[in-house]
Ligand binder design. Structure first.
Ligand SMILES: [Zn+2]
Ligand SMILES: [Zn+2]
Length: 273
């Protein structure tokens, strides 16, 4: 089973691998710049090679770059869209340079244009990206707060299906799913059925494993330690036991109290009771 954590690249991207190793992770995720800014780090050939070598030795794969939170491809505003596309393109290129398999991003918010129009905007925007060979762009499901798009399986399916871009897929976040009203704890079969019929399990390339601080359908995105939130241990057991159990998993649990190492161990326990 591939499970790891979101790790820092402070001091050099190759340092991420050692950090991951310390946590007991076998796959992972990084930011390629500040998650609250537009600037994407440039990576030279030497550090890219080192990162790739370290990863190979530690047998850590796959990796994802999580895009900055400022990205908004659902927006009706042209200047924000252009900034978002430039930034996402740089992140895709960074992934290609580093040999990273995935770039994950939150589709964005329609800010009044309407949900369907928002999804249309995302579909059109992604068609303008040049997704390098060897890299896949993943739409992440959202909790659905405010005017954000991408909380429903059907919306994610439209994004994957209707864009002109090749090499796209979905990253499902368990906290976001639960906050969006998908009850993976008490009603897992229905959720799985929804995934199969509205999205297609094959489109799911990556899972973000996070518990939720807020109740089912709250649309609030706040992560909790695995098994200690509203999803609880049963929700994760259900998922790990399903056909999605083999999908690589990245944790984005809180950094207070318990650390990533404990959460990774918890997932391994829940997968092998
Ligand atoms: Zn996530
Ligand atoms: Zn989240």
């Amino acid at each position: 089973m591939k499970v790891g954590a979101h790790v820092s690249i402070a001091g050099g991207v190759e340092k991420a691998v050692e950090r991951q190793k310390q946590l007991g992770g076998s796959c992972g995720q990084i930011f390629a710049g500040s998650p609250q800014g537009w600037k994407v780090s440039g990576f030279d050939d030497a550090e890219s090679r080192e990162f790739e070598e370290e990863r190979r030795e530690a047998n850590q794969s796959p990796y994802a770059i999580h895009s900055t939170y400022l990205i908004n491809l659902a927006t009706p505003k042209n200047d924000l869209l252009e900034k978002s596309l430039n930034c996402l393109q740089s992140e895709l290129e960074a992934a290609s340079t580093l040999g990273i398999e995935y770039v994950v991003f939150h589709p964005g918010a329609h800010t009044g244009a309407g949900r369907e129009t928002g999804v249309d905007n995302v579909i059109e925007a992604v068609g303008n990206l040049d997704i390098p060979e060897g890299v896949m762009l993943l739409f992440e499901n959202t909790a659905g707060k405010g005017t954000t798009v991408g909380k429903e399986f059907s919306a994610l399916n439209r994004m994957v299906d209707e864009t002109d871009a090749n090499r796209v897929g979905v990253c499902l976040d368990t906290c976001h799913m639960y906050a969006a009203g998908y009850d993976i704890t008490e009603d897992f079969e229905a959720v799985m059925n929804g995934i199969e019929t509205e999205l297609g399990a094959d489109n799911i390339q990556l899972l973000h494993l996070n518990d939720s601080k807020h109740p089912l359908g709250s649309e609030k995105d706040e992560h909790q330690h695995i098994g200690e939130g509203e999803v609880g241990e049963q929700g994760f057991r259900n998922l790990l036991d399903s056909k999605l159990g083999g999908v690589p998993k990245v944790l984005e649990t809180p950094t207070d109290g318990k650390g990533y190492a404990d959460n990774i161990e918890k997932v391994q326990e829940l997968a092998n009771p």
